[in-house]
Design a protein. Structure first.
Length: 286
């Protein structure tokens, strides 16, 4: 039997046919898990959305847009057929569906099997998803060490946002992982070097944290400003908050920098900044 026939038979036995797939309406907990993992980047690439970040892909991917049961089953049929032909991206997408339980009844154990197969077949996103499963304990016990290993593999395979995930893990520490802000800064820098906006924000935020042993205001302000000007609203909010706290002393005695970053955050849709603007209009000079 040929290798391709082996793959076909394996997938045919592993993936239920569309008529046997259980659809599910996600509950509140499953909606919270919706941000876990990453579907294939292929759909975004085919639609020509150049410059879309990994975080945007995770938040606004086409699989999440499917609501009608008929369309869900039709899309499942398409992905299953592609998976039977050995398509690693299709395997990853099916695993992502079963991981999150947003459209299909959750089955994290099956998701993990699919991610492992997809990773062997070359899916970088599957490596990231295996890391997420280990970190959040979806389908296996929480295992930060295993999560670190998979995040590192995903990063080396081109999943840039894995650097921010690694930095975050080392920043706060976890069971079996000692908090190490030096390592966190190093990982955030890796992501920032690839212009990942969340990594830039996290790097700036941590470097600006006075309680951190890695406190470095110049570094923090640089990366927060860089991220804010690229549209990262969290960075704009942090800068506004920083300059508001120093409003009556240098470096912003007249509140000009505070108002600049506050107003930018307003333009970027920050509800926090809008509330600040409403309050400030009564007490600050125009």
């Amino acid at each position: 039997m040929s290798k391709s026939a082996d793959v076909f038979n394996l997938m045919d036995n592993l993936l239920p046919r569309a008529e046997y797939v259980e659809l599910a309406e996600p509950d509140e907990l499953q909606r919270l898990y919706a941000g876990i993992g990453m579907p294939s980047l292929r759909a975004m690439e085919l639609s020509g959305q150049a410059g879309v970040t990994y975080h945007e892909i995770r938040a606004a991917n086409p699989l999440l847009g499917l609501v009608d049961p008929v369309r869900i089953r039709n899309r499942y049929v398409e992905l299953r057929e592609q998976a039977l032909l050995g398509d690693a991206d299709a395997l990853n997408d099916l695993g992502w569906w079963w991981l999150n339980g947003l459209r299909l009844k959750p089955n994290p154990a099956l998701a993990r099997r699919l991610f492992k197969i997809a990773a062997v077949m070359g899916s970088s996103e599957a490596l990231f998803n295996l890391a997420e499963q280990a970190f959040y304990g979806k389908g296996l016990a929480v295992n930060p060490g295993l999560a670190i290993d998979y995040y590192e593999q995903a990063l080396e395979s081109g999943i840039v946002c894995a650097a921010e995930a690694l930095g975050s893990l080392y920043e706060r520490g976890d069971e079996g992982v000692i908090a190490d802000h030096g390592k966190a800064i190093s990982w955030y820098k890796r992501g920032a070097a690839e212009h990942d906006l969340m990594a830039c924000f996290s790097l700036g935020r941590l470097a600006l944290d006075e309680s951190s042993p890695e406190h470095d205001p110049a570094l923090g302000l640089y990366w927060l400003q860089w991220a804010a000007m690229k549209g990262q609203v969290l960075a704009s909010e942090r800068l506004a908050d920083f300059y508001f706290s120093t409003f009556e002393s240098p470096p912003d005695p007249d509140g000009l920098l505070y108002r600049f970053w506050r107003d930018l955050a307003v333009k970027q849709g920050s509800s926090w900044a809008k509330e600040k603007y409403a309050l400030d209009s009564a007490i600050l000079p125009p």
